[in-house]
Design a protein around this ligand. Structure first.
Ligand code: HAM
Length: 437
């Protein structure tokens, strides 16, 4: 017997689940528009090479890839960043800067089954191209806060951990590591929070045992949780480059504080990000209770547009996922429960009344209201039950008695009050009620 079940990690969205997804997307899109970002979209299937050596080992190992009928090696997109870099790179000359773009799209990664991770999931991606200063980070981190705060989540529910790969390279090189060693150490640091000391195994295999004194220095830097601690840890290595970098840090933190967002942002050098292309500030959003996987992640990637054949264009961005966001909203009771699909429900007495009702239903729908009614003649009680279940705020009652008088009975389903409205005024009456009622 063949199995007709959906594949593991690929979700079906029944209407209630779809309504929850729509709720999330709607508020993300609203946030992006409020911040002046423009929406774009891109192909689901891409040349495999777009991700090879660009996204990093972890994502590369998780690709859904195959050879198509034209013998091309292709992959379902695991993320948007390489694609958006190619798109922006191809038109960089004609796009007004800063380029602020966003998208909401589905991505595919062959992940191990676990809570908060699927094999097909949605991300909201927001990226700024053409701005090398920390103004872009301020804009994006503020937008990320809004992508969660828009649902009613507060600084007690989530935080954004801000870190810096530039600073890590500076520190590790000051300790005497080469760039290649520093890269390998950063991937160890990325895993350290999850697996502890085992994270350094890869480094040891490649570069030999790590001197205990140096390891201690690294673990110390990993603990940095504020700008003051950062300055103290770096004081022995003072240089112009470092001073400039610390100034960038101050600018980001001051900018976010001026927007009233300081309570959402934490300095945490333990975040270094697994993806290969990040070059500067990096950040991740987590729930404060810490029982969910990351809500969002991002950072600066100044070399990627050029690596993909475009001009030298600085870039920074982030992606927030629908799965962990949805879980957090449910945990906090912030996911609306009722699936409303109607504003108005027409309760129809019988065959003769149906003709009159149909004319009004069409007019109301044309005016933009969501109107529903029973396909078959049913008892009034059943129709009112359906009206309540539809989420409608008013029922229009088409009874023989009302129609004889040229009126419709309008019933407020919440206040349980009703009054008659002349039929020719029904569209205006519904509009007045739903706008002000
Ligand atoms: P990422 O950290 O790989 O970054 O993914 C960002 C977010 O997507 C995660 O924090 C998580 O919410 C969600 N996500 C990732 N994988 C899964 C999965 N298997 N199931 C459910 N949700 C998932 C990136 O993708 C970067 N391209 C972000 C970026 C944009 N950087 C710059 N611009």
């Amino acid at each position: 017997m063949p199995s007709f079940q959906s594949l593991p990690g690929f979700r079906e969205f029944y209407p209630e689940a779809f309504a929850r997804r729509h709720h999330i997307f709607r508020l993300w899109r609203k946030a992006a528009y409020a911040y002046g970002f423009q929406e774009y979209d891109a192909p689901v299937l891409e040349p495999l090479d777009l991700y090879r050596a660009k996204s990093g080992e972890e994502v590369e190992a998780q690709l859904f890839s195959f050879t198509d009928k034209g013998d091309r090696e292709v992959a379902l997109r695991p993320e948007m960043t390489p694609t958006v870099c190619r798109m922006v790179g191809a038109r960089a000359g004609s796009l007004k800067r800063p380029i602020k773009w966003f998208s909401i799209a589905e991505f595919y990664r062959y992940e191990r089954a676990q809570r908060g991770r699927e094999r097909a999931f949605f991300q909201f991606n927001a990226d700024v191209f053409g701005e090398s200063g920390p103004e872009a980070e301020i804009e994006l981190i503020a937008l990320l806060v809004q992508c969660l705060a828009g649902f009613g989540l507060t600084a007690e529910d989530f935080s954004i951990r801000l870190s810096d790969r530039d600073l890590w390279f500076f520190y590790l090189e000051a300790l005497g590591f080469t760039e290649i060693q520093a890269r390998s150490l950063l991937s160890a640091i990325d895993k350290f929070e999850k697996i502890g000391d085992d994270a350094f195994e890869g480094y040891t295999t490649q570069h030999g045992e790590l001197a205990p004194a140096l390891k201690a220095k690294i673990l110390e830097f990993l603990q940095v949780k504020s700008l003051v601690q950062m300055e103290a840890a770096l004081a022995p290595f003072g240089s112009d480059k470092l001073a400039k970098r610390l100034n960038d840090w101050r600018q980001v933190l001051d900018g976010l504080a001026a927007m009233g967002l300081a309570p959402f942002v934490e300095v945490d050098l333990g975040v270094v990000r697994g993806l290969a292309y990040y070059t500067g500030f990096v950040f991740e959003a987590f729930d404060r209770k810490g029982d969910l996987r990351a809500l969002a992640g991002g950072g600066r990637y100044n070399d990627l547009v050029k690596k993909l054949g475009g001009p030298d264009l600085p870039a920074v961005g982030f992606a927030i996922g629908d799965v962990t966001t949805g879980l957090l909203l449910e945990q906090r009771g912030l996911m609306p429960a009722l699936v409303k699909f109607a504003d108005v429900y027409a309760v129809i007495g019988g065959k003769a009344e149906r003709t009159a009702a149909f004319a009004d239903i069409r007019a109301l729908r044309a005016a933009g209201w969501r109107v529903d009614y029973a396909f078959k003649d049913l008892a009034f009680g059943k129709q009112f039950k359906a009206a309540n279940e539809s989420g409608a705020r008013i029922a229009l009652i088409y009874g023989g008695d009302e129609l004889a008088r040229g009126v419709v009975k309008v019933r407020d389903l919440t206040a349980r009050q009703e009054h008659d409205v002349p039929r020719e005024q029904i569209v205006a009456a519904v509009r007045d009620f739903l706008a002000h009622g």
